[in-house]
Design a protein around this ligand. Structure first.
Ligand code: ZN
Ligand code: ZN
Length: 248
C-alpha cells in the first residue's frame, strides 16, 4: 500500500520542486502559488469612492457618491463608465510587467478576478467583452495580447461573451511611455478600426472594453469613440491599473 503515495509524488510536476512559488508582483518566495507576499499585499492602493461616476477619477473626500469631475462635466467622454482596480504602483506594475514581458500568463486570471468585481452582478446582461487590440506586429513579437488574455478570463468569470477580433489596431503606434496626454491622443488617432461586420455584432449592446494599464486614457478613449460612433448602446471601460489622475 505504500506504492500509491510514491506514485503520486513522482507524477507531480517536477517544476513544483524546482521552482518555489513566488509573489506575483515582486518575486519573493511565498507559500502559495498565485499569491502576493505580505509586503506587496499591504502596499496595494485599491481605487474607490468618492470618484467621478463617469471616468473613475478620484474626487475630493468631501464629494459624495455619484459626483462627476470637472473634465467630464465640461466634455462628456465617449463612454459611460471607466474603472480600474488599483492605482499604478509597485504591485500593479510588477504584475503587469510579469504578465507582458515575463510571460507569467496565469497572472491574467488573477487580474481578471479583480476586474470582475468592478462589474456589479446583474447589471451587464447581454454585454459583450472586447479587449483593446494590439497591432499584429506586436502580437508576433510578443506572442500574445495581454488585454485579450485578461478579457478571456473575464469572460469565463462573468459568463459574458468575448469578441477578440471585433476591434483592430491598424496603425502600429510607437511606445507611448514617454509621451504626454496630448501626444498620446494624437498618435492613437486613426490607430483602430472595426472588423468587417462589427456593426451588426455591436448593435444595441453594452460593450465592456478591457485593457491592462490606463496611462492617460488616450488608447481606451480612442477605442470607445470608435465603438460609440458605430452602433453600440453603452460603453464601459475596465482596467487592471490606472496611472496618475492629473494629466488626463
Ligand atoms: Zn511581493
Ligand atoms: Zn470624470
Amino acid at each position: 500500500m505504500t506504492v500509491l503515495p510514491l506514485f503520486k509524488a513522482v507524477t507531480r510536476p517536477l517544476l513544483d520542486y524546482a521552482l518555489p512559488p513566488r509573489c506575483a508582483a515582486c518575486g519573493t518566495v511565498v507559500a502559495e502559488p498565485g499569491t502576493l507576499c505580505a509586503a506587496c499585499w499591504s502596499s496595494i492602493d485599491f481605487l474607490g469612492d468618492p470618484m467621478c461616476e463617469i471616468c473613475g477619477r478620484e474626487l475630493p473626500g468631501t464629494m459624495g457618491i455619484g459626483g462627476q469631475c470637472g473634465a467630464c462635466l465640461a466634455t462628456p467622454p465617449p463612454y459611460e463608465r471607466a474603472r480600474a482596480v488599483m492605482r499604478y504602483g509597485a504591485v500593479a506594475r510588477g504584475m503587469a510587467h510579469r504578465l507582458k514581458y515575463g510571460r507569467r500568463l496565469s497572472l491574467a486570471a488573477v487580474m481578471a478576478g479583480h476586474i470582475a468585481r468592478l462589474l456589479p452582478e446583474g447589471d451587464h446582461e447581454g454585454a459583450l467583452i472586447v479587449p483593446v487590440p494590439l497591432h499584429r506586429w506586436r502580437i508576433w513579437s510578443r506572442g500574445f495580447n495581454q488585454a485579450a488574455l485578461i478579457a478571456r478570463h473575464l469572460s469565463r468569470k462573468t459568463g459574458l461573451p468575448v469578441e477578440l477580433d471585433l476591434l483592430r489596431r491598424v496603425k502600429n503606434t510607437p511606445p507611448l511611455h514617454a509621451l504626454g496626454a496630448r501626444d498620446r491622443a494624437r498618435i492613437v488617432r486613426g490607430a483602430f478600426a472595426l472588423a468587417p461586420g462589427a456593426r451588426d455584432r455591436l448593435a444595441g449592446r453594452t460593450i465592456i472594453l478591457v485593457d491592462d494599464i490606463w496611462t492617460t486614457g488616450a488608447t481606451v478613449t480612442a477605442c470607445a469613440r470608435l465603438l460609440g460612433r458605430s452602433s453600440a448602446a453603452r460603453i464601459e471601460i475596465v482596467c487592471w491599473t490606472r496611472v496618475s489622475q492629473s494629466d488626463d
